[in-house]
Design a protein around this ligand. Structure first.
Ligand code: HEM
Length: 391
């Protein structure tokens, strides 16, 4: 523990935040870190209540540590947020996603086959990293040759979301450039695709067409939304896959149980989300003074809402530090809660389930083949590298 009690940017906390979360929940459920000038909420009930209360806990300064309003729905409050969300929501329901099942199956089958053939791979490089990028790129119908740019753009932007505290002017400039490249690329795609949108069924064409109730997005809204999809959907899903694989390898009996009973695939993914939330926490800014757990938070404060700590709260999840494949903790908040609940949750679940099923069908044994390295982002938790031997 640092002098400030808890600092999300401390590398020791990033390495293993869970003992720190226990301290927060038990000793300082509304913790003020003076050095960073942030308030931190860690109990399940408090985090969930704050996520539901956008009138007090606003998203308008962005969800990262820096006060950075961005023209994206993740950084809007209702009613502006509600309007955008209503227009795009229909594209991400389980029914709407059914049209992509076959393609997602094919991508998973191909990637798993290649990994099995190689025998020894870095699971992040071979599967967890490229799989969600390939899926969203195909959904948007983006040409193969731009997919490496896709990955670079989303990685740079995600890095900025978590880092920012000690970023140099060069690093900041790199992020600004990335976002500009991103936006210019989608502006070009949009220009080309608009005339054909009525006859195509890729995701960008669907966003160009008016929604069922006749509302349409403006061009700048489509471009921002495409950028948001890549940033919000790639590293998070990569983290879910790599975290869950990492924990499964430490618990071979769990792997065996899921092999014998594939109906446990769904519960396995939910427990993976709960146990090691791919997004550990996001920020809000307060629009009025409020009190949580006896501590007064002033108006205009930055508040860190720890999904990762809430998901380990014993008041909600008995024996929270045990990974139990049968738990099926559907009330976890790894996808957030309230108006901003993850729009891509069905897609992320679908991808993770399909990939896991292909792994279980093809792989009888998966073992660590070197040191697993964690990512160093204070907001997102995942694996940088996960060398494995598979047969
Ligand atoms: C395991 C994977 C994922 C996790 C853990 C995750 C987590 C989250 C969380 C916690 C939020 C809430 C943000 C907030 O409260 O401010 C969120 C929002 C969002 N997510 Fe995800 N996400 C995942 C995958 C995806 C995917 C695959 C997509 C789409 C391709 C996506 C698109 C979005 C969007 C657009 C939002 C903003 C929703 C809004 O502001 O209304 N996410 N996600």
């Amino acid at each position: 523990m640092t002098e400030s009690g808890y600092d999300p940017f401390d590398p020791a906390v990033i390495g293993d935040p869970y003992p720190h979360y226990r301290w927060l929940r038990e000793q300082a459920p509304c913790h003020y870190n003076a050095e960073r000038d942030i308030y931190v909420l860690s109990r399940y009930a408090d985090v969930r209540a704050a996520l539901s209360n956008f009138e007090l806990f606003s998203s308008t300064e962005g969800v990262g540590y820096e006060r950075r309003p961005v023209p994206m729905m993740i950084a809007y409050d209702p009613p502006e947020h509600t309007r955008l969300r209503r227009i795009v929501a229909g594209r991400f329901t389980p029914r709407a996603l059914a049209q992509w099942h076959e393609r997602i199956e094919a991508i998973a089958a191909d990637m798993v086959a290649r990994a099995v053939e190689a025998g020894e791979v870095d699971l992040v490089e071979a599967l967890a990293g490229p799989f969600p990028v390939q899926v969203i790129a195909e959904m948007m119908d983006i040409p193969m040759e731009r997919r490496a740019d896709f990955k670079r753009w989303s990685d740079n932007t995600v890095e900025a979301l978590g880092g920012a505290v000690d970023a140099s002017p060069e690093e900041r400039a790199k992020v600004e450039m990335t976002i500009m490249e991103f936006a210019m690329y989608f502006a070009e795609v949009l220009r080309e695709r608009r005339p054909e949108a009525a006859d195509r069924d890729d995701l960008i064409s669907l966003l160009i067409r008016p929604s069922d109730d006749g509302e349409a997005l403006a061009d700048h809204e489509i471009i921002s939304f495409c950028v948001l999809l890549l940033v919000a959907g790639n590293e998070t899903t990569t983290n879910l896959i790599s975290n869950t694989a990492h924990h499964l390898m430490r618990l071979p009996d769990h792997w065996q149980r899921v092999v014998e009973d594939p109906s446990l695939i769904g519960p396995l993914i939910e427990e993976g989300l709960r146990y090691d939330a791919p997004i550990q926490g996001f920020f809000r800014n307060t629009l009025a003074e409020t009190t949580v757990a006896g501590v007064t938070i002033p108006r205009g404060a930055k508040v860190f809402l720890l999904y990762g700590a809430a998901n380990r709260d014993p008041a909600q999840f008995p024996e929270p530090d045990r990974f139990r494949v049968e738990r099926n903790p559907l009330e976890h908040i790894a996808f957030g809660f309230g108006p901003h609940t993850c729009l891509g949750a069905h897609l992320a679940r679908l991808e993770a389930r399909i990939l896991t099923r292909h792994m279980l069908e093809r792989v009888t044994c998966m073992k660590p083949a070197g040191e697993a390295v964690r990512t160093q982002n204070p907001l997102l938790r995942g694996m940088e590298s996960l060398p494995v031997k598979i047969s």
